[in-house]
Design a protein. Structure first.
Length: 356
């Protein structure tokens, strides 16, 4: 685990060198992978949930609570595409856990045209990721984790291949229901590019994140706040805000306002609140400020940025559903089904040092 800690420190040391590089490829690595992650606004590195999918946001969140858990998730993503995620986790003993996950994202058929716009056929595009996960309890309430992923993409006849790392840490005090999480995601490189042209190599969407989750002692609520993209300040696609129909063609840009400092700061934050009256049931509301601003039109309020979720735990089966709003015509529905091969009661009977 000394190597894991060293990797986390080296990622932080590399911050100044990469802070200005804010154009990335393989953005599917930043998307939601389950109903629960979709409902909490996607970006969260501190919320403890028995779903193994949270380990894809922060590998340190894979604990004995996710022992022998398998899950399958489906999402109908933007532009008619649909994604699937499968994950599994197993605890080796009271300190060590491992897991694996795959993400399959086919984007369907698209029309192929020549340089004159004439239709000449169809082509398809697909993204795929396979990740191995490992976490270890270093001290009481403190755990670190590491994920290694292989990434493959295809567009028509072109192929791309690469690798990436996720590293994370988590402090979780179960008695006080407080969790602090830190993760650096998608540290890696594209090994094979779509073309051989200069500057064709894409950078992975690496993201340094810090999160806080707190459950109330005398009320069934849990709150999360996540600060994303510590490694870069400017999260805008353009220097201008509230682009309306009059500016989409490039005219009247001088009439728009540059994004203010407070607005840019808020784009780094993701919020969520969970209503958990019982362990078997929870309702979730999340808000991703950046998504809300990017999908907002100047003359319309569509609820972009909000997400909602429902989670049920029935014995050793859990089911989750989420609805995320991106805009009037671009919303995402997600569903997750998980199976705890061993009941949670079994996990709680394990003595320290005993193998599972």
């Amino acid at each position: 685990m000394n190597k894991v800690i060293a990797l986390m420190l080296s990622a932080g040391a590399a911050l100044p060198a990469f802070a200005e590089r804010d154009i990335y490829g393989w953005e599917f690595l930043s998307a939601s992978t389950s109903a629960y992650t979709g409902s909490i606004g996607v970006e969260n590195v501190s919320s403890h949930n028995r779903e193994i999918d949270m380990a894809l946001r922060n590998p340190a969140l894979m604990t004995e609570e996710t022992h022998n858990t398998a899950s399958l998730s489906y999402q109908n993503y933007l532009a008619g595409s649909s994604w699937a995620t499968a994950a599994y986790s197993r605890a080796i003993d009271d300190k060590n856990s491992w897991g694996a996950a795959i993400v399959f994202a086919p984007y369907g058929k698209m029309t192929e045209t020549d340089i004159y716009g004439n239709e000449i056929g169809e082509f398809s595009a697909t993204d795929f990721m396979a990740e191995g996960l490992y976490s270890r309890l270093l001290a009481e309430n403190f755990r670190v984790g590491l994920g290694f992923k292989l990434i493959f993409s295809s567009i028509a006849e072109e192929r791309s291949f690469g690798f990436g790392f996720d590293v994370g840490a988590n402090y979780f005090n179960k008695d006080k229901d407080i969790s602090l999480g830190f993760a650096v995601r998608n540290i890696g490189a594209q090994l094979a590019t779509y073309t051989d042209t200069p500057d064709s190599r894409d950078r992975l969407p690496w993201n340094m994140q810090l999160g806080f989750t707190k459950g109330l002692e005398h009320a069934p609520f849990k709150f999360s706040v996540t600060y994303t993209d510590i490694n870069r300040w400017d999260l805008s696609y353009t220097k201008y805000n509230e682009v309306d129909k009059n500016t989409l063609d490039g005219e009247d840009l001088e009439e728009t306002q540059e994004i203010k400092w407070v607005d840019m700061l808020m784009r780094h934050f993701v919020f969520s609140v969970e209503f958990v009256p019982r362990d078997e049931f929870s309702l979730v509301v999340g808000y991703n400020y950046r998504r809300g601003r990017e999908y907002q039109l100047a003359d319309s309020r569509s609820g972009a940025g909000f997400s909602f979720g429902l989670n049920l735990n029935i014995k050793n089966v859990y089911v989750g559903a989420a609805y995320s709003i991106y805009g009037k015509a671009a919303n995402v529905f997600g569903a997750t089904v998980g199976y705890k091969i061993n009941r949670p009661e079994y996990v709680e009977t394990i003595e320290p040092g005993e193998q599972y």
